[in-house]
Design a protein around this ligand. Structure first.
Ligand SMILES: *[C@@H]1O[C@H](CO)[C@@H](O)[C@H](O)[C@H]1NC(C)=O
Ligand SMILES: *[C@@H]1O[C@H](CO)[C@@H](O)[C@H](O)[C@H]1NC(C)=O
Ligand SMILES: *[C@@H]1O[C@H](CO)[C@@H](O)[C@H](O)[C@H]1NC(C)=O
Ligand SMILES: *[C@@H]1O[C@H](CO)[C@@H](O)[C@H](O)[C@H]1NC(C)=O
Ligand SMILES: *[C@@H]1O[C@H](CO)[C@@H](O)[C@H](O)[C@H]1NC(C)=O
Ligand SMILES: *[C@@H]1O[C@H](CO)[C@@H](O)[C@H](O)[C@H]1NC(C)=O
Ligand SMILES: *[C@@H]1O[C@H](CO)[C@@H](O)[C@H](O)[C@H]1NC(C)=O
Length: 329
């Protein structure tokens, strides 16, 4: 269990907890807009729009930018919709191969939905791995659907391959795959591992943000379920667009919606707190203790305009590392 705690006031915007994968090399691109490809509608001979991008059926994807193992695979129509209608099933080790336009930082998203009448899908157990530093990891339990696994990988070869290996007497499947280059400013500014697997991405104090409303197709979930003391904070929001200053944050760091909502201390819940004890708001996350985690916390001061800028506070992670936050600066 990892705890994120704000002591003595104000607004935490959003946080992302990401598992680090092993490191690798990097390259750069310049001005960014989200590419129109590669988005694959697996198991299908038709195109589908999802998150404002066209997912091309893997049976019609022309050219050689996407190919897959055909032997031992099967496409089925399940009662899902959009990219979750069709599913490609693998009964033996198989892969999708992508021919990329560039190397460098890429989003890789895998979509899984097992709403099918085939119970084998719900019970599927398989391993996924990829060239360029996606260490193999196992997947099972598809009761919660759709399920999306997202990676931010530093890809160093234009030939990118994702492998699906079913466990003994089981099967592997996938509904859709996204592989597209990411803006460089999402890169982790350190010498540590630059390959990430998203664990949590939360929009604090607001609504769930779906891929349609995020230029990079990300999903931002609600933070409420992670709040340690439900009463300790309340939601605030602003209709003003964030004022991006040149520097580290750009329009791609997070959608405007993320910066327009926040949580702030609920002072009335702290009336009984012993004098001298600092107030806090704490979020608590289940994580793998064997993994290193990258935490990105976003702050945008939407509170000070209307109230006293009493907003200096400390950010603690697991009660240890402390950061002095001055959101008005
Ligand atoms: C599917 O989308 C691709 C890429 O946008 C396009 O080239 C192709 O013509 C489309 N195919 C169909 C059947 O709509
Ligand atoms: C959807 O994608 C098109 C083409 O990339 C873009 O021009 C448009 O702004 C996008 N719409 C939204 C709501 O993101
Ligand atoms: C899948 O099945 C549904 C219902 O039977 C049908 O309406 C739909 O057209 C099918 N989709 C494809 C891509 O075959
Ligand atoms: C902003 O706050 C108002 C009043 O509390 C609330 O009705 C509204 O739903 C909030 N908007 C968002 C986007 O959270
Ligand atoms: C997402 O976008 C839709 C359409 O552009 C809009 O109606 C909706 O309010 C947006 N939702 C959020 C949470 O941003
Ligand atoms: C703030 O705290 C008070 C007292 O504990 C509680 O009644 C109220 O529901 C809390 N507000 C929120 C938004 O949680
Ligand atoms: C946070 O505040 C609660 C009281 O609301 C207290 O029980 C808890 O020990 C505090 N946690 C930290 C890390 O200060």
């Amino acid at each position: 269990m990892e705890k994120l705690c704000l002591r003595n006031s104000v607004s935490l915007m959003t946080m992302v907890v990401i598992v680090l994968l092993p490191r690798c090399t990097l390259s750069t691109t310049s001005t960014y807009s989200r590419p129109e490809k590669l988005y694959v509608n697996c198991g299908s001979d038709s195109n589908v729009t999802y998150g404002n991008r066209t997912f091309v059926g893997d049976m019609i994807s022309g050219g050689n930018s996407v190919s897959f193992t055909k032997k031992g695979t099967e496409a089925i129509n399940q009662s899902g919709s959009g990219i979750y209608e069709m599913v490609r099933i693998f009964t033996s080790p198989s892969s999708y191969k992508f021919q990329l336009d560039s190397v460098g930082l890429h989003f890789v998203r895998l979509h899984f939905s097992a709403v099918s009448s085939r119970t084998q899908l719900l019970a599927a157990r398989f391993t996924i791995s990829a060239t360029s530093h996606l260490k193999s990891f196992s997947l099972q339990n598809f009761n919660e659907t759709p399920r999306v696994e997202e990676f931010l990988l530093m890809i160093d070869s234009p030939e990118f391959e994702i492998r699906f290996v079913p466990d003994h007497s089981s099967m592997a499947f996938v509904n859709a795959i996204e592989v597209f280059s990411a803006p460089d400013d999402l890169e982790i500014p350190s010498d540590s591992d630059k390959n990430l697997h998203t664990v949590y991405r939360l929009n604090v104090g607001g609504k769930k943000i779906t891929p349609e409303n995020d230029t990079l197709g990300r999903t931002w979930s609600l933070d409420d379920d992670f709040l340690y003391e439900k009463d300790s904070a309340r939601n605030i929001n602003s209709t003003q667009k964030p004022n991006y200053e040149s520097g580290t944050v750009t329009q791609f760091t997070a959608p405007d919606f993320v910066y327009q909502t926040a949580k702030t201390m609920n002072h009335s819940s702290n009336e009984g707190v012993v004098e001298g004890m600092l107030m806090n708001v704490t979020w608590s996350f289940k994580v793998k203790s064997s993994s290193r985690h990258f935490i990105r916390v976003h702050f945008c001061d939407i509170k000070s305009e209307s109230q006293n800028p009493d907003s200096d506070f400390y950010l603690y992670v697991n009660g240890q590392s402390r950061l002095d936050v001055k959101p008005s600066e």
